[in-house]
Design a protein around this ligand. Structure first.
Ligand SMILES: [Fe+2]
Ligand SMILES: [Fe+2]
Length: 295
């Protein structure tokens, strides 16, 4: 059994930035921070999450992107420093960038995610990384800079490679897809806005649905700031990391993180546990909700 932890949408930020850094879309991002985002996101919550995750003794850490808010170096540095006890403790860290990590064209051109996330990202996307005897992590890069919208994109080349990688995978293997963007949402949620969607959303659903006829697939992602565990009609399981640093009426102490117990011997025993902080930092209490993604 391999134990993994999934953390997404940390969104570290700084309220005061030098005027010359307020270029392009970052101006919009900073206005949003000053007006509302700073009241909902609290990076200090990540420290409690990291301590809790450490106690689970994971071997693998999956990071689904949006480490930063406006792709500033100091935001990346803060996220990486806070994650360090956990990244030092696990055997393997795998990370994909979020749209906020490629917030500006300059941040993208200067390869900031590559600089800060380093070996946690593969040299090239998509990449299939074996993590145990029967489990692999299929990493997708869905984040692109945009002038106004937050739309994601894989691109045709990545889609073609993805199809080839899935076709080359032996029947009965188990795959965790790690991607920043969601591909739809459970029926109880209001539909994602066009501006926030992945451009190839339907194509990716179709590709994964086809592959799920002979492979076990858990599609892990973030981007929509609300955690969910969703057995989809298309035959694969959809797991939204949620944001551990974001407070909302349903999760007043942050949206928690996921523990994945990946079973090699009996895949039906694979278990996903959502850990959510309840109460104050001084006296942290956690609740757990469990799901079996594979029948
Ligand atoms: Fe996000
Ligand atoms: Fe995002």
């Amino acid at each position: 059994m391999t134990r993994a932890v999934l953390i997404g949408d940390i969104h570290c930020y700084q309220l005061w930035v030098a005027p010359w850094q307020l270029l392009g879309k970052r101006i919009l991002g900073q206005i949003n921070l000053w007006k509302s985002r700073r009241k909902r996101f609290d990076a200090a919550r990540l420290d409690v999450v990291v301590q809790k995750a450490l106690r689970l003794g994971p071997e693998l850490l999956l990071l689904s992107g949006d480490f930063s808010t406006t792709a500033m170096p100091r935001e990346f540095e803060q996220a990486i420093t806070k994650l360090k006890p956990l990244t030092d403790a696990v055997q393997q860290v795998l990370a994909v960038p979020g749209n906020h990590d490629r917030y500006t064209y300059l941040a993208t051109r200067s390869q900031l995610p590559r600089h800060y996330l380093g070996d946690w990202m593969p040299a090239k996307f998509p990449a299939m990384i074996p993590v145990s005897k029967s489990w692999s992590v299929l990493m997708l890069d869905s984040a692109v800079p945009r002038k106004i919208t937050s739309r994601g994109e894989l691109g045709q080349e990545q889609i073609n490679q993805l199809i080839r990688l899935l076709d080359a995978t032996a029947d009965g293997q188990n795959i965790i897809v790690l991607c920043h963007y969601a591909i739809g949402n459970p029926p109880a949620f209001s539909r994602m806005k066009h501006n926030h969607q992945l451009a190839e959303q339907q194509a990716l659903i179709d590709i994964l649905g086809r592959a799920a006829k002979r492979l076990n697939i858990i599609f892990t992602h973030g981007h929509v700031h609300y955690p969910w565990a969703w057995p989809r009609d298309e035959g694969f399981f959809d797991l939204n990391s949620g944001s551990p640093t974001m407070m909302d009426p349903h999760f007043p102490h942050g949206q928690g993180f996921w523990e994945l117990e990946l079973d090699d011997k009996d895949v039906a025993q694979t278990c996903l546990t959502h850990h959510v902080l309840q109460g104050s930092f001084d006296n942290p209490k956690w609740t757990q909700t469990q799901f079996r993604p594979i029948k």
